[in-house]
Write a protein that binds this ligand. Structure first.
Ligand SMILES: Cc1ncc(COP(=O)(O)O)c(C=O)c1O
Length: 484
């Protein structure tokens, strides 16, 4: 065992014993190093290990704190049954409900969409114009079947920095991250096949699995992400075709799968031949610590299909994504792509590649990451102040979504409606779980609202919760715009 893992083990026991309270500041790295007779680097590594497990949270310039392990950490959804009829697309249902309900003055805590950064947009626009001007004659053809070589090179290099070696010639550029997921599902899943699905998870993946007529078997998650032990259990009971997982900043919960579980999952996949569809979207938007290696990196022999979207880390409007599939599945993926739309737009992909190669792309990303981190911290303070003791939640460790568990005596449907009346838009939890799974949750997003606006939104949500628990008559939103 290395000195750092050894120290992390000792610290874990002290955390388990409750030596420091949730939210309490831990000794600074230098102090820890002196007390534990190790170097500062080793003390820092031990904190980083615990950070990646979600036990502690590092705040830039302010030290390390004990993560709040709220009751929502135990199981993010209880997986109880529910009689809600299955939706063809839960995403479409929600879009339609919100389109009908939106009123001016509402605060949107439902849109899990990234903010389009003005500088990024300007740089992308410059590249778009330049690629067409400089190379239009060739770029406006169909291009190579696997998509822009430059983009494939950049993606392979980025994954290599995170410990995953992939051959850029085996990558396929797709028209969006959603398409990458859908191609994998179409290529692999036949009607009736069992697909294990981390729960909750990205709604678009569930939509795609529904369209494939898979039998979706939910697998629970907790504060450390997917319960790999439950995946193993399911393998003993079912013939499983595929597992879907969105491990870094899960879109619904913001949870990050711990390194320990990544390793266990990769081992299991290699040992049992479990095919994994890993959605690496948004991994770079981790709030504390380094971007973890994808699950695929932990075991090169594991059959992992890895997909990624650039929607959250660059801009969503280019509609670009990428997929890497093990050789055994590659041809089926290529065939699915030909059926779907033949090829991905060459000028868009080239412009993205050129943007990503710009030196400022990394600093833009870093700025976005910090901005979301600051919004997260402010959002957590608002929740604590306005909903503390009434609802529970898990601190998001990446991205801009948070999973809120409502008290049992109210239903998410009622809170969704009452929140709309109070002038705040939230997403009901059922959108992020396979059909048949009961939820009493909301997904709250802090990507677009300013800290002050989000705080007003949380205040309105708290008022909606108050209305529901008091059973008060329905209110009109107009009467309540001033709630802060
Ligand atoms: C986890 C996850 N995967 C995939 C996607 C799809 O991305 P795109 O907009 O490129 O289709 C999203 C978008 O929200 C996402 O959150």
């Amino acid at each position: 065992m290395s000195l750092a893992t050894d120290l992390a083990t000792r610290l874990r026991s002290r955390l388990d014993a409750g030596e420091w309270a949730a939210g309490e500041r831990l000794p600074p790295v230098r102090e820890l190093a002196v007390a534990e007779h190790v170097s500062v680097a080793v003390a820092g590594q031990a904190y980083a290990l615990l950070g990646r497990e979600g036990r502690i949270v590092a705040r830039v310039g302010r030290g390390s704190y004990v993560a709040r392990r709220r009751s929502g950490d135990d199981a993010l959804v209880d997986l109880g049954p529910n009689r809600r009829p299955p939706a063809v697309s839960a995403t479409l249902d929600l879009q339609e409900r919100l389109a009908g309900a939106r009123r001016s003055g509402s605060i949107n805590l439902s849109a899990g969409v990234p903010e389009v950064d003005a500088e990024v947009a300007a740089a992308v626009a410059t590249e778009l114009e330049a690629v067409v001007r400089e190379d239009g004659a060739s770029l406006l053809g169909y291009g190579p079947p696997r998509g822009d070589p430059g983009l494939r090179r950049v993606v392979a290099a980025t994954w290599a920095r995170r410990g995953l070696t992939v051959d850029e010639d085996a990558l396929l550029v797709t028209t969006s991250g959603q398409q990458a997921i859908d191609l994998a599902v179409r290529a692999l899943v036949e009607p009736g096949d069992v697909v294990l699905c981390e729960t909750p998870t990205y709604a678009g993946a569930i939509d795609s699995l529904m369209a494939s007529r898979a039998r979706i078997v939910p697998v629970p998650t907790d504060g450390e992400g997917l319960r790999v032990d439950r995946v193993e259990e399911a393998l003993g009971q079912e013939r499983v075709r595929l597992l879907f997982v969105n491990p870094t900043g899960n879109n619904a919960t913001g949870v990050v799968l711990s390194d320990e579980r990544r390793r266990a999952l990769a081992d299991l996949s290699a040992r049992a031949g479990l095919v994994i569809l890993e959605d690496d979207t948004g991994a770079e938007l981790i709030h504390d610590g380094p971007v973890p290696a994808p699950v695929a990196a932990f075991e090169p022999e594991a059959p992992v299909l890895l997909v990624k979207s650039f929607a959250k880390t660059v801009v969503p409007g280019l509609r670009l994504g990428v997929i890497h599939a093990p050789a055994a599945f590659d041809r089926r993926i290529l065939a699915a792509k030909l059926v779907a739309d033949r090829y991905t737009s060459p000028p868009l992909a080239r412009a993205l590649a050129r943007y990503l190669e710009r030196p400022e792309a990394a600093s833009h990303l870093e700025r976005q990451r910090r901005a979301y981190g600051a919004r997260r911290d402010a959002f957590l303070r608002s929740l604590e102040r306005r909903l503390g003791g009434r609802a529970t939640w898990v601190e998001p460790r990446a991205g801009f979504n948070l999973w809120l568990r409502l008290p049992e005596r109210v239903s998410e449907e009622e809170i969704f409606s009452r929140a709309l009346e109070r002038g705040v838009i939230v997403s009901p939890g059922h959108v992020y779980v396979p059909p048949g799974v009961a939820t009493n949750h909301l997904r709250l997003s802090f990507s677009t609202a300013s800290a002050a606006e989000a705080d007003r939104g949380v205040a309105r949500l708290a008022a909606a919760l108050g209305d529901a628990t008091r059973g008060s008559r329905r209110r009109s939103f107009e009467a309540d715009v001033a709630v802060v």
